[in-house]
Structure formats: C-alpha cells, structure tokens
Design a binder for this molecule. Structure first.
Ligand SMILES: [Zn+2]
Length: 137
C-alpha cells in the first residue's frame, strides 16, 4: 500500500498532491493527513486535488460555474480529495461511489463538513466549516 508520507513510493501524481497538501493551513493539514491515512488503511489511493485557492481563481471558477466565490479554499481550510484513478472532475461519476461515502464519513468523524452532503453536492470537497474558521488562525 502506498504511504502518503513516504516520498520514495510516490508517483508524479502523488508528488503534485503533496505540493497541494502543503498549501493547506498547518492545523488543517494535520487533520487531512489523518483522513488520507484512514482512507489508505481501508484500501483507497487518495490524492489532494485542490487546496489553497486565490480569490482570482475562485472568481474564475464561479464564472465557469464550478465552486463558490467565497470559499474556505481561500483560507487553506478546505481540500478536494479524489481517488487517484479518477482524479479529474469528468471522471467523478465513474469513480466507485463508496470512495465518496468513505471520504465523507471519515471527514465528518474529524469534525469536518463533507461536500457530498451539500445541497449542491461537491463530492471531493471537505472543509472545517465557517463557524470553526477562527480556531485555525
Ligand atoms: Zn473544494
């Protein structure tokens, strides 16, 4: 099994995932690390696809119809986690739906919000919740 922290076993995809991971708020990183580890333990190969996002990028996404203009990604307090073999948005529908379920329930067990449960479903998305933002500054 691949270990997220063992760089000798990481492919290019995983190295870019690690770079993205490092853009996250340091306290949030510790939680995301646990979530990735727990997903690996049950046999998934998760990647961090999006971390910190600039306001410029958020505005662009909003215009393109993906993502919110005001997002916890702007603070490094949200991450998008995807299965390595279905890592692009156009592949999410083909991914094993159990991955999204496991991601959501593990994230929630760490007190995070899961985009899978949002009214406007955002399967890979997890964040700390607006009411907890101050705890991370
Ligand atoms: Zn997101």
């Amino acid at each position: 099994m691949r270990s997220f922290t063992n760089s000798t076993l990481l492919g290019e995809q995983h190295l870019s995932s690690f770079d993205t991971f490092k853009t996250l708020n340091i306290k949030f990183q510790n939680i995301v690390k646990k979530i990735l580890f727990e997903l690996e333990l049950i046999g998934w190969d998760p990647l961090v696809r999006n971390g910190l996002r600039s306001q410029q990028q958020a505005n662009k996404n909003k215009k393109a119809g993906s993502g919110a203009k005001n997002s916890l990604h702007l603070y490094g307090l949200a991450a998008d986690i995807v299965p390595a073999d279905h890592c692009d948005p156009q592949m999410y529908d083909q991914a094993d739906p159990q991955f999204w379920e496991d991601l959501a329930s593990i994230a929630e067990s760490h007190g995070l919000r899961a985009g899978l449960r949002f009214k406007k479903r955002d399967r890979p998305h997890i964040d700390v919740g607006w009411q907890n933002k101050q705890e991370y500054s």
